[in-house]
Design a protein around this ligand. Structure first.
Ligand code: ADP
Ligand code: TZD
Ligand code: MG
Length: 577
């Protein structure tokens, strides 16, 4: 036992230097280049956070663990290193758990570290302060879960957590640190030796040459090929290789939401504005870091039309292959290595796809863009989504380095389609689950990790899930401009409950002034009632870098039920009264 050893050594020699759990955890994190911790303090981690700060780790102290967790998760996506979230026991842990599960679902590397109560008491269920068998609860929600009981194992525990989070398919890892561990002492020299610097945490996974050849043969035989880029491709940070590959192939590409900007949405091969056409009419589809889940209608059905498809898939996770439909050419490996292998095997001459196909995609795209253009220029008061988004679209065009955070229903679906993204990893949103509440956590981590300005475009409901973090944004003085699309409710503000005096479940207080929330903490609040107001206010915020919240007053009737995914609502078999 480390504690025993340290005591014995201590009695033997007064000069013996000691260390403890607190310092070993901090040293282990620093040794592995952890620069930032996203946290909410309390027993047993308050002093730990103070010491971390004193030792040069930046600690972002949040108002709710879920938001700290979403911050850590997206930090993982942005940096390819595990984002670290620290919480107190039971309730703090549970608050962080949604984010851990979200990180795992989205393949973001993240480590949730929670202090926990004493094992002896927890296991006998004797009612400790914030008692819970956290390790058991966490196990089903993440890629791996570990507990460290001895100070001498801290180095190994943290190394395992880091490696588990980032290697293979990235995901969430839980690390349980009982309160007693923090104060455990051991010989400082032995402690130092026990720390582990993780070497090559996410080793390259080189694809098999015959898998590359098989995939290229399928691609060569295509008459109407399509590339789908997913957020795995954005995560991989193989931006130049991906761009070279897409351009060399001449194949139209469709970016999934968070893969927008890997190549600019305005790129001549971008099929974003011809989505339904390319999904229906393509004959060979090459998936790069994207899954055939609900977001792509599982690769079958009406969305995919009558044309028989052959799927090629590049993914680091072998089990992803054939998950929904047959993959005729699976390519297992990390995207950087796979794309390099493709570029090598394509040789210097590669025939572009038939012009008939690329011209048809281009024509459809131009038709759809032209149809949309006048709607984006409207100056209606009260604003509709298109008028407001037309303004934000121009602002992002002029400021392509800014990071767009986006959540809501209509606010999400319409912003995704309308706001072009020009650079990789500049669009962060609700991800695979379509989760509300990621807004402020993601905005904070984006500002902290990249130093770039952030524009958070939020439905009024979506914002409410993490709205208290505006105080955090003001406290750390982060360059974040929040625009709330305030249509008085979820989907719309016009729903009426005919059965009682209670409001309908989807509507909020009419005419709410979210801008006042920001003013309460010393930030800039603006009430914008027209596209011109909105433009002025966002530009001022982006120029000044001051924490700003703009309440964009939208027509309460603007918006439709569930945005673009109303079809997923179950229907009652009984006739409506
Ligand atoms: P989207 O929602 O954009 O369609 P998904 O989250 O569904 O994207 O899919 C991302 C996929 O990318 C996952 O299957 C994941 O295993 C894979 N992935 C993540 N990182 C890498 C990488 N470095 N190399 C290869 N595949 C990766
Ligand atoms: N809770 C969580 C955690 N995630 C969810 N996705 C939902 C609830 C359900 N939900 C949606 O899917 S969108 C949405 C909710 C509550 C809010 C939509 O309203 P909004 O956007 O104001 O954010 P619009 O522009 O009014 O559509
Ligand atoms: Mg709304």
């Amino acid at each position: 036992m480390a504690e025993g050893t340290a005591k014995n050594q201590n009695t033997g020699a007064d000069t013996q230097e000691l260390t403890d759990g607190f310092h070993l955890i901090i040293d282990a994190l620093k040794l592995n280049d952890v620069k930032t911790i996203y946290a909410v303090p309390g027993i047993p981690i308050t002093d730990f956070l103070r010491m971390s700060q004193a030792e040069g780790i930046r600690v972002l102290s949040f108002r709710h663990e879920q938001n700290a967790g979403y911050a850590a998760a997206i930090a993982g996506f942005l940096t390819k290193k595990p984002g670290i979230c620290l919480t107190v026991s039971a309730p703090g842990f549970l608050n962080g758990l949604t984010a851990l599960a979200h990180a795992t679902t989205n393949c973001y590397p993240m480590i949730l570290i929670s202090g926990s109560s004493e094992r002896e008491v927890v296991d006998l269920q004797q009612g400790d302060y914030e008692e819970m068998d956290q390790l058991a609860v966490a196990k089903t929600m993440c890629k791996a879960a570990y507990r460290v009981l001895h100070a001498a194992d801290i180095g190994i525990g943290i190394a395992r957590a880091i490696r588990s989070a980032v290697s293979g398919r990235p995901g969430g890892v839980y690390l349980d640190l009982p309160a007693k561990l923090f104060g455990q002492v051991m010989n400082a020299e032995a402690g130092k030796k026990s720390l582990v610097k993780v070497i090559d945490a996410a080793p390259a996974q080189i694809p098999a040459p015959d898998a590359i050849k098989r995939a290229l043969d399928v691609l060569k035989g295509a008459k109407r090929p399509l590339i789908i880029l997913g957020k795995g491709a954005a995560y991989a940070q193989a931006d130049d290789a991906i761009r070279n590959f897409v351009e060399k192939s001449g194949i139209p590409f469709l970016p999934m939401s968070m893969a927008k900007g890997l190549l600019p949405d305005t790129h001549p091969q971008c099929a974003g504005a011809a989505r339904s056409t390319v999904l229906k009419d393509s004959d060979v589809v090459m998936m790069i870091g994207a899954r055939l889940n609900w977001l792509l209608s599982h690769g079958k059905g009406k969305t995919w039309g009558e044309t028989p498809k052959k799927f090629i898939q590049i993914d680091i996770e072998p089990k992803e292959m054939d998950s929904n439909v047959e993959i005729v050419a699976p390519v297992v490996g990390d995207i950087g290595s796979c794309i390099d292998a493709f570029l090598g095997a394509m040789g210097s001459k590669w025939d572009a796809p038939p012009a008939e196909w690329t011209n048809a995609v281009k024509a459809k795209r131009e038709e759809n863009v032209a149809k949309m253009a006048p709607r984006l220029m409207n100056n209606n008061v009260p604003m509709d989504y298109h008028g407001a988004l037309g303004v934000l679209r121009t602002i992002i065009k002029e400021r392509p380095d800014a990071i767009l955070v986006n959540e809501g229903a209509n606010t999400l679906d319409l912003a995704r389609g309308i706001i072009d993204i020009y650079k990789p990893r500049k669009r962060l949103d609700v991800g695979t689950w379509g989760i509300m509440g990621i807004g402020m956590g993601q905005a904070i981590a984006a500002a902290v990790e990249t130093g770039k300005p952030v524009l958070a475009v939020e439905g009024d409901s979506a914002f409410g899930f993490s709205g208290m973090e505006v105080e955090t944004i003001c406290r750390y003085n982060l360059p974040i401009c929040i625009v709330i699309f305030n249509n008085d409710g979820i989907y719309r503000g016009t729903d009426v409950n005919k059965a009682s005096a209670d409001p309908a479940t989807t509507v909020f207080v009419k005419g709410a002034r979210y801008d006042k929330m920001m003013e309460a903490f010393g930030g800039v609040g603006v009430n914008a009632t027209s596209p011109d107001d909105l433009k002025r206010a966002v530009n001022a915020a982006m120029d000044s870098g001051k924490p700003t919240l703009i309440n964009a007053v939208l027509d309460p009737a603007a918006g439709s039920e569930s945005g673009r995914i109303g079809n997923l609502n179950p229907q009652s078999a009984l006739k409506k009264k």
